[in-house]
Design a protein around this ligand. Structure first.
Ligand code: IDP
Ligand code: MG
Length: 137
């Protein structure tokens, strides 16, 4: 079966008007948008989504950032899409993310406690199914 991943355009991407460019890169790569929604997250959704990061110093700033505006949630499909989207997204830190990636081309450091890095992509098949269940239930 074709693989699925959860992609989020984070509030910085939506606020900066980059949603179209980000989705265009996903489509240009050849992946399919299977579900797409503009959502205002809740603290409950974010605590579940980011449960692995609870207790870390950036956790509360991360939740506040993700609550700061709407996000675009997408289920993206394609063979090896989990790995493929993370490659398109680039490294977590936008300052050093490789040019050619979403974070490397469109992101920068803003001197805040949380890295505002435009996108989320699931990191494993188990995370993908868990996260899709949180955002599209
Ligand atoms: P990922 O989004 O590249 O998978 P994770 O380690 O899962 O990175 O972290 C989740 C999110 O938390 C990141 O995308 C970023 O917004 C934020 N974050 C992660 N590590 C740090 C950090 O060391 N300082 C500030 N923010 C961080
Ligand atoms: Mg992650």
């Amino acid at each position: 079966m074709t693989q699925r991943t959860l992609v989020l355009v984070k509030p910085d991407g939506v606020q900066r008007g980059l949603t179209g460019q980000i989705l265009a890169r996903i489509e240009a790569k050849g992946y399919t948008l299977a579900q797409l929604e503009l959502v205002t997250a809740t603290r409950e959704i974010l605590e579940r989504h980011y449960e692995e990061h609870q207790g870390k110093p950036f956790f509360e700033p991360l939740v506040e950032f993700m609550l700061s505006g709407p996000v675009v949630a997408a289920v993206v499909e394609g063979d090896r899409v989990i790995e493929g989207f993370r490659s398109l997204a680039g490294a977590t830190e936008p300052t050093t993310a490789a040019p050619g990636t979403i974070r490397g081309d469109l992101g920068r450091d803003w001197g805040e406690k949380v890295q505002k890095n435009l996108v989320h992509g699931s990191d494993s098949p188990e995370s993908a199914e868990r996260e899709i269940g949180i955002w599209f239930s």
